[in-house]
Write a new protein. Structure first.
Lengths: 322, 219
């Protein structure tokens, strides 16, 4: 049942829900009335798609480590012996990790990195056992040895470092404020006082908001999609999350939103979650250095993020060493 | 963070969350019993369209996953012009789903009543309303104390759905993500909340057993 639900897009689910509710109320059935009050199902997907061919070529060209490099790390050797890398990730992030419903392949900046890593260790980018994670379960999955590594736009924090270890950072971002395109009363962080502001639970957003905009009413949502749904419905006035996420929403919905004011808050460095004190940290950091130097990191960034949100300037990868 | 540290830092939040869970449970359960009773009476009523409608209700809501129904109620109803508060959405969802199961419990209770009793009631000239009110419901209620105790526990566990929408203040499950968002507690955060459910369920179970011993009809 769960897999059935997740294979439906949220949008289809809403349309389906609309049918059930409308039918349940005995008003009219969806099939009989094509123009139901639910217009969510008729919206066309305008997302700026990823260049799948360029992406696949880039991953397939990734380097493979020699035996000695892998033998030097017990973490990598364990993956090599198992013949597969168990990776925790998400499959709903447009820029970082998105499942293509037609082919079931996952592509994005995070996905590209772990596929490159799987190729580096195992010589085959397809030998990944994907484990779905949420912001609440990432540490537990690593602590219980259910996954070898977590690639999930995973912010490095001191609290998390007490439970797990991080390799990287491999990317960094700050918080951005998203509002509806037609809304002009919010121009920056100072205008959030007294407003209902959405944030995603499990992200660093709520804590940063509590510090930077203490007078805002914070509502926590499980997913980005749900937070934006309530932004559109007016239950919240603004939505604060990582700028990268906001850019992906804008790429998905051209013309619907705008970014209010400058990015704010502490620099958010994304790391690769690894089991506590694993020697995989050194191994993954050495590999990150390789792909940053040979240009794969830059190419991957362009394909997954830059080309799709109209940002020409490639950022410099953050200094390694979490 | 360990269990003690979590309790020191968030003990107050856990208490509020436990009370919120109880509040949601209590309100939902009362409404569930009312809805289940009405639906069940319709299911045994002499009017066929009403029987069909009530049967349809049970089949529909018994077979919907709670999370999807909550998402429909919270995120899809606004498209029909109905924007409800998170608290209300949780109650509606829980009541719709659990009352379908509750109605099945009542049906079981009704089925334990011998057909002879109903025939006797009819020959005495009692109307349908009187039969339901005087003969069926009192017996059905008394013989469904245990299943309804289970149902109350099910209601409490189902209120955990509230963690999926921005309910303020959070109930026990929602509080886990609130805490894990602010200070990483790992599994311990879940365990404290789980303990809240387990202890509540044990208490409910005890009360249910005593009530059942007192009310059960010995046959």
């Amino acid at each position: 049942m769960t897999s059935f639900i997740s294979s439906l897009s949220r949008r289809q689910l809403f349309a389906l829900g609309g049918c059930v509710v409308v039918t349940g109320m005995g008003l009219s059935a969806c099939g009989a009335a094509p123009k139901t009050p639910v217009d969510a199902g008729s919206a066309v997907d305008e997302t700026v798609q990823i260049d799948a061919e360029a992406y696949d070529n880039l991953i397939a060209a990734g380097t493979v480590a020699d035996e000695a490099t892998i033998a030097a790390s017990s973490w990598a050797q364990k993956i090599k012996d198992a013949g597969k890398a168990r990776i925790g990730g998400v499959d709903t992030s447009t820029m970082f990790s998105l499942r293509d419903p037609a082919t079931q392949t996952i592509r994005g900046f995070d996905a590209g990195l772990y596929q490159l890593l799987a190729r580096y260790i195992l010589g085959d980018e397809s030998k990944v056992e994907f484990v779905q994670v949420t912001s609440d379960t990432r540490e537990s999955l690593l602590q219980n040895d259910n996954v070898d590594a977590v690639f999930a736009t995973y912010s490095i924090t001191d609290e998390r470092k007490k439970l797990i270890s991080f390799a990287g950072p491999y990317y960094q971002s700050q918080q951005g404020i998203l509002v509806n395109a037609d809304k002009s009363d919010i121009k920056g962080i100072q205008d959030l006082a007294g407003k209902n502001v959405a944030a995603q639970s499990g992200s660093t957003g709520p804590s940063i908001l509590e510090q930077e905009a203490p007078e805002a009413h914070i509502l926590e949502y499980k997913t980005d999609e749900e937070a934006r749904r309530d932004l559109e419905q007016g239950r919240v006035d603004a939505y604060v999350i990582d700028m990268t996420m906001q850019l992906s929403s804008m790429a998905k919905n051209p013309g619907k939103y705008r970014i209010a004011g400058e990015a704010f808050g502490p620099v958010d460095a994304y790391g690769i979650g690894l089991p506590k004190d694993s020697d995989g940290v050194a191994f993954v950091n050495a590999w990150l250095k390789t792909i940053e130097e040979d240009g794969s990191w830059e190419k991957l960034w362009k394909i997954c993020i830059g080309d799709r949100s109209d940002i020409a300037e490639v950022p410099t990868p953050p200094e390694l060493g979490a | 963070m360990g269990v003690l540290e979590l309790l020191a830092a968030y003990g107050g939040n856990y208490l509020v969350a436990l009370l919120t869970t109880w509040e949601l449970t209590l309100i939902s359960f009362v409404l569930t019993m009312v809805v289940a009773l009405v639906v069940t009476v319709l299911r045994v009523s002499p009017i066929k369209p009403l029987r069909l409608l009530a049967d349809g209700y049970v089949q529909l809501f018994r077979n919907i996953a709670g999370v999807s129904l909550l998402i429909i109620v919270y995120y899809a109803l606004p498209y029909l012009g109905l924007t409800l508060k998170p608290f209300t959405c949780v109650i509606i969802t829980v009541v719709l789903i659990v009352s379908a199961f509750g109605s099945e419990n009542f049906m079981t209770g009704i089925n334990t009543i011998g057909i002879g009793q109903l025939e006797a009631a009819r020959s005495l000239g009692l109307s349908f309303t009187q039969i339901i009110h005087l003969v069926v419901v009192p017996q059905a209620l008394r013989s469904t104390v245990l299943p309804m105790t289970n149902l109350l526990i099910a209601v409490m566990l189902t209120t955990a759905l509230a963690s999926q929408i921005p309910l303020i203040p959070q109930e026990l499950t929602g509080l886990v993500s609130f805490i894990n968002t602010r200070s990483t507690g790992g599994i311990a955060t879940f365990m404290i909340s789980a303990l809240g459910y387990v202890l509540s369920a044990l208490a409910i179970g005890q009360v249910g057993n005593r009530l059942d011993k007192k009310l059960r009809i010995l046959r």
